[in-house]
Design a protein. Structure first.
Length: 118
């Protein structure tokens, strides 16, 4: 596992921290998520998407269905990125963003953290 990059964005008082990892094994996904949950104990959501070999996965972590994990997964698919994990940690700021803005924000921070590697 190697952390390639991170990126932070604040939207309506919610803080989104994106992490982009290269994976050496699929098992690293659960280790990374566990470590991020320990590091960000007060975070409301830790959403992610990964592709490793012929396997893939995603999680909205209690965000509305397909507003978080799916946009991150789609970024990996569109850019043909494999053996990678995108994670976004969200600290809820008290203002609901609505499904549209929430989805756009997750997609934006995910795309930005991927672009920063190039």
């Amino acid at each position: 596992m190697k952390l390639i990059n991170s990126f932070t964005l604040e939207v309506k008082k919610s803080k989104f921290i994106a992490y982009f990892y290269k994976l050496n094994t699929q098992e690293e996904v659960s280790n990374i998520i566990t470590n991020l949950k320990k590091e960000h104990k007060k975070a409301k959501h830790i959403v992610y998407a990964y592709k490793y070999g012929n396997t893939a996965g995603k999680s909205d972590d209690k965000e509305p269905t397909n507003t978080a994990g799916l946009p991150l997964y789609n970024l990996l698919e569109i850019q043909k990125i494999n053996n990678a994990l995108l994670v976004v940690v969200r600290y809820f700021g008290g203002i609901k963003l609505g499904a549209g803005l929430l989805t756009r924000t997750y997609k934006n921070v995910g795309a930005t953290v991927i672009k920063k590697q190039n």
